[in-house]
Design a protein around this ligand. Sequence first.
Ligand code: AMP
Ligand code: MG
Length: 305
Amino acid sequence: MGTTVEIHLYASTRERAAALFEAAFQEIERVEQALSTYRPTSEMSRINANAARGPVVTDPEVLTLLDEALDYSLRTDGAFDITVGALVNAWGFFRGHGRYPTADELSRALARVGWRNVILDRAARTVQFRKPGIALDLGGIGKGFALDRAALILRRHGVTAALLGAGQSSYFAIGAPPDTDGWRVVVPDPDDPRRSLSTVWLRDRSLSTSGNAQKSFEFDGKRYSHIIDPRTGEPVTGMTQVTVIARTALESDALATALFVLGADRATAVLDHVDDVAALLVTTRGTVDRVVAIAWGGSVGSSLK
Ligand code: AMP
Ligand code: MG
């Protein structure tokens, strides 16, 4: 998943902790092996290669994940869309640096995007694409899903206090460290990542941030995000960073990406339909209303101007 996963946990002995780490990391590895489109042998690569030719039978876990991903598309008017793969490739993110796609490349990629082109048949357990060239990309949701699965494994082993994190962009907290209210998680100040924008005490909740500075890139003196507006085919401008707290890491991950596309004005309408959710958005606009907090419990303070 192109990220570093860290796990902090409490256990009665060092040996027990080592066994728990092993079990959790094995689960992360299992999920990555299934979902990563960088791995040609993954289930997701197999689906991408074959689903335009006919229904591909897949396992219940992948089917459920795709189902949930499409549901977020429905709920966000297509702002969140795992079919952005063709656009991601056109913008050249896979090479780790950006270049402008030509108008022709862009229109060809846009024609291969759209979550309604993915047909799931729950009874038959199949996924099918309506047209060729669809490339599913779980980059906006996969880390959250992996953390949820690893957290489930830890819980099944009786863990009552753990923090799982993926690349400082997604966290899931099980319980809290002894005698505390939660796991301390810092939302960085995008203008100065050494400073904090807000500090959160996370307990049985997840926090995900989209728009990390290390994931954007500069080209021709302009800063581009790695998140694409599926409706225009262009990288999102106008948003700097979005953090979402939710019940599951899948949810916080998906919503952070979605709100990055939707912007502050439309964020509230989407979050109104989700239980136990909060968001902290940093827009790129100059001075007024740059930080927008929605149901955000913690304090917000930083160097942001
Ligand atoms: P995140 O850091 O969770 O916001 O995920 C960003 C990644 O999700 C990108 O690197 C792409 O792989 C993918 N992506 C980009 N735009 C979208 C979008 N509009 N909806 C869903 N996934 C996206
Ligand atoms: Mg995300």
